[in-house]
Design a protein around this ligand. Structure first.
Ligand SMILES: Cc1cc2nc3c(=O)[nH]c(=O)nc-3n(C[C@H](O)[C@H](O)[C@H](O)COP(=O)(O)OP(=O)(O)OC[C@H]3O[C@@H](n4cnc5c(N)ncnc54)[C@H](O)[C@@H]3O)c2cc1C
Length: 382
């Protein structure tokens, strides 16, 4: 008997969106589930504004397919007023959809509301895809080496894009985990009305130094979507955000009138759980630009560790190289119809510190969607 859904995708962040749209486009009846009330995940809801991992070090796309399609649609300037901000080169990315160079890497600047809006539109316009919100997946039923039911729904295959390996946990599959010592959580929020130029590392350091001297936990500042706006990543607690803003206003030149539109400050978790697959991608694979015969995605993002001290440590690939992610890192070792993408791929703590960025999550999501659809197609003919 054909199950009610061919493929269930758990988690509607960057990876789950890509997986669900790709599986459905490949002809599978697909159901996307999330415990939240809407699509977006970390990329749509945490306040992030830089999509990393899309490009090689020349600023060219590393992956075609859904990752590129989503990035190009996200970059498209559709609503009037998007551009009113600035003509400065630093913001040319947002104006034109061109990548923005940040140190040795390239990123795409985006608006989180646009991310959510575009994702919802893609879901609504994909014929064999439907979504179910506010639905935490808590259990799965195994029959032999296959999942046959997920939260009471009969399924042909499952893609775990929960970021924390919820499906794998439900069936007791082996997982690896990062922790707060290398992937520290941070509160992300926009800082508006900043009148000071922060284009170089030295200019940023001049702001961060008095904060550190005053005993505040580390703050990371990135260019925001307009010249007077920064994106802050704060390693402190929600209670410390108010005093931090007060200190900036009273003691740091150029921040006298800084504000944030955010009222609820929630730490976003970098740390996740990875499911052990047929191949575990390693930090050495990343840093040597390893290639695989069954490669399904590419990435060139550095290994980016965030210590509890709030300091980022980057290990870069050699210039001009990228590494590949094999299909075996998206397939669970002993469960034939469980696939994974995004933050849950089969990778060690170093490799995931590179592969967790959203551009790579989009690419592994699309690949997992295609792999699961092919699996379901071949299972039907068996
Ligand atoms: C502080 C911080 C800064 C970052 N900065 C950047 C950056 O600048 N650029 C960049 O590209 N990346 C950045 N990242 C990394 C990136 O945002 C994430 O790794 C990426 O978005 C993960 O995508 P995902 O789809 O795998 O998971 P997520 O986006 O986390 O999506 C997982 C989804 O699964 C759902 N879910 C979880 N459990 C269940 C369940 N039981 N049932 C149903 N649904 C469930 C969640 O609600 C969520 O919507 C940052 C991350 C953090 C935390």
């Amino acid at each position: 008997m054909k199950p009610p859904v061919d493929i269930a995708v758990v988690g509607a962040g960057a990876a789950g969106l890509a997986a669900a749209v790709s599986a459905a486009r490949a002809g599978a009846e697909t159901l996307l589930l999330d415990r939240r009330a809407a699509v977006g995940g970390t990329g749509g809801f945490s306040g992030l504004t830089t999509l990393c991992g899309l490009y090689d070090d020349a600023g060219d796309y590393l992956n075609d397919g859904f990752a590129r399609e989503f990035a190009e649609l996200l970059a498209e300037r559709r609503s009037p007023g998007w551009l009113e901000s600035s003509q400065e080169p630093q913001h040319a990315g947002l104006e034109t959809g061109a990548p923005l160079r940040m140190g040795r890497v390239w990123v795409l600047q985006y608006r989180p509301e646009k991310f959510r809006e575009l994702a919802a539109k893609l879901i609504a316009t994909t014929p064999t895809l439907r979504a179910q919100w506010s639905t935490p997946v808590v259990d799965a039923v195994l029959e032999g080496n296959r999942i046959v039911q997920l939260s009471g729904i009969n399924v042909g295959a499952v893609i775990d894009c929960s970021g924390t390996a919820e499906v794998a946990r439900a069936i007791g599959a082996e997982c690896l985990a990062t922790d707060e010592t290398t992937q520290a959580s941070a509160i992300i929020f926009p800082l508006c009305n900043v009148t000071r130029e922060l284009k170089t590392a030295a200019e940023v350091a001049q702001v961060l130094l008095p904060l550190a001297r005053a005993g505040f936990p580390p703050l990371n500042l990135q260019p925001g979507l307009e010249p007077s706006r920064l994106t802050a990543k704060f390693t402190g607690s929600a209670e410390q955000v108010g005093p931090l803003l007060e200190f900036l206003r009273s003691s740091v030149h150029g921040f006298e009138h800084c504000t944030t539109p955010i009222t609820e400050f929630v730490p976003a978790r970098r740390a996740g759980r990875m499911i052990v697959g047929q191949q575990v991608l390693t930090g050495a694979d990343v840093l040597t630009g390893r290639k695989f015969p069954d490669a399904v995605a590419r990435c060139a993002w550095p290994i980016e560790q965030w210590g509890a001290d709030g300091v980022a440590r980057f290990q870069y690939l050699p210039a001009g190289t990228h590494y590949e992610i094999p299909a075996r890192s998206l397939r669970v070792a002993k469960i034939e119809n469980l696939f994974m993408a995004g933050k849950t791929i089969s990778a060690d703590v170093d490799a995931i510190a590179s592969a967790r960025v959203m551009g790579c999550c989009l690419a592994t999501g699309a690949a997992a969607g295609n792999l699961a659809a092919a699996y379901v197609g071949s299972a039907r003919t068996r």
